[in-house]
Design a protein around this ligand. Structure first.
Ligand code: PMP
Ligand code: GLN
Length: 380
């Protein structure tokens, strides 16, 4: 019998809940993806690029034109200067970027600090590298990091820390002071960082996204990970990128070239074309998604569900303590079947879930779907 390398791992909660939603005909606010179309110009560009014959392998690190467009966007929107040849790698999704970064740097016995609740792919990647995940909880109310507690978890074996802002599943966003504190911590302890910034443009109420790439010590020690799936509303195109200093990028590419080798060519062509044509498209996202967050939250005003408006990402947490004593996993399934609204239980993102009653709802959905979902939730 084959001994599993990930004995505690099953099918992801996202696949499970999306399948259940479709089986029950429920409104699917579980898995994070838009149910409305990506910009037509982008979709047309992909069709045309494929028809024009851009269908063979791209260069391993990504199409130069796309890497140049990414470098341009980083300079223009974040004031970050980076070298498109030696510091930017295009990969088939942020998930692979995270996997390659962790695999490149973590050896048997190395500790990696993960902040709970955290995205589901981090821990398995650390385990497969032979590393030891050290889970430190975020604040149970604000979901912000307690840096003193994180520093106390650093040992001689600590190799890496993974951060994620705006945050999945909670919607929290790190403040400038958090990044400044982390910058000092990284300099003091010589840590590497994976900074998962896939929701960088989905940030609300006038907040600013602070990239790890904007802080000196972090810039030298960080794999910053981004996803075209989130920014351009094409999660099914599975294309993302990683920005890291040349020495880190070289190691990341050694792994990437044997995991996937390259990202999909016509998708990269189409993205490069769209980024050149509409460089400020990402800046339009915050207002559009904030409208959706607010519509959903307003429509829930009459319900007993409690919320703090999400600061970023396209996720809103709802506290159902006033409605049910059930565990979140069970309640999530029950509401998918009986109420017709699918969500994601938050406890699955923890190693040691605290006593809380929270569900995650994705508001990257058509306004009418959000309205209808809220109406159903209000009737509970
Ligand atoms: N990190 C976070 C926090 C995410 O929510 C996602 C979403 N799927 C990813 C990484 C992976 O992105 P991709 O689909 O580009 O692999
Ligand atoms: N990131 C998406 C979410 O959090 C899902 C990605 C996936 O299905 N693996 O819902």
């Amino acid at each position: 019998m084959l001994e599993s390398k990930l004995p505690a791992v099953g099918t992801t909660i996202f696949s499970h809940m999306s399948a259940l939603a479709s089986e029950c005909g429920a409104l699917n606010l579980s898995q994070g993806f838009p149910d409305f179309p990506a910009p037509e110009r982008l979709r047309q560009a992909l069709a045309r690029q494929a028809l024009e014959g851009h269908n063979q392998y791209a260069p391993m690190a990504g199409l130069p034109a796309l890497r140049e467009a990414i470098a341009g966007q980083l300079a223009h929107h974040r004031g970050v200067v980076c070298d498109a040849d030696t510091e930017i790698t295009v990969l088939p999704g942020a998930t692979e970027a995270i996997y390659c970064a962790i695999t490149a740097c973590v050896s048997a016995g190395d500790e990696v600090i993960l902040l709970d609740p955290c995205y589901d792919s981090y821990r398995p990647a650390v385990l497969l590298a032979g590393g030891v995940p050290v889970h430190v909880p975020l604040d149970p109310v604000t979901f912000m990091p307690n840096w003193a507690r994180i520093e106390a978890a650093i040992s001689r074996r600590t190799r890496m820390l993974v951060i994620n802002s705006p945050h999945n599943p909670t919607g929290a966003a790190l403040a400038r002071e958090d990044l400044e504190t982390l910058n000092r911590l990284v300099a003091r302890h010589g840590l590497l960082v994976v900074s998962d910034e896939v929701y960088e443009y989905l940030i609300y109420d006038g907040r600013t996204h602070h990239s790890a790439l904007q802080f000196d010590a972090l810039r030298a020690a960080t794999f910053a990970v981004f996803s075209f799936g989130k920014t351009y509303g094409v999660t099914g195109w599975k294309t993302g990128y990683c920005v890291a200093p040349p020495a880190l990028t070289a190691e990341l590419r050694k792994i990437h070239q044997y995991v996937c080798f390259v990202a999909v060519t016509p998708v990269q062509q189409a993205l490069a074309e769209f980024m050149r044509a509409e460089p400020d498209y990402p800046l339009t996202l915050a207002a559009r998604y904030q409208h959706k967050r607010d519509l959903f939250n307003r429509a829930l005003a009459g319900s007993a569900l409690r919320l703090t408006p999400s600061a970023g990402s396209y996720f809103q947490l709802l506290d159902y303590a006033a409605l049910s004593d059930s565990a979140d996993v069970q309640l999530c399934e029950a509401w998918t079947r009986e109420v017709g609204v699918a969500s994601i239980p938050v406890s699955v993102f923890y190693q040691q879930p605290p006593a809380q009653r929270l569900l995650r709802f994705c508001f990257a959905k058509q306004d009418a779907v959000l309205q209808q979902a809220a109406e159903r939730l209000c009737k509970i």
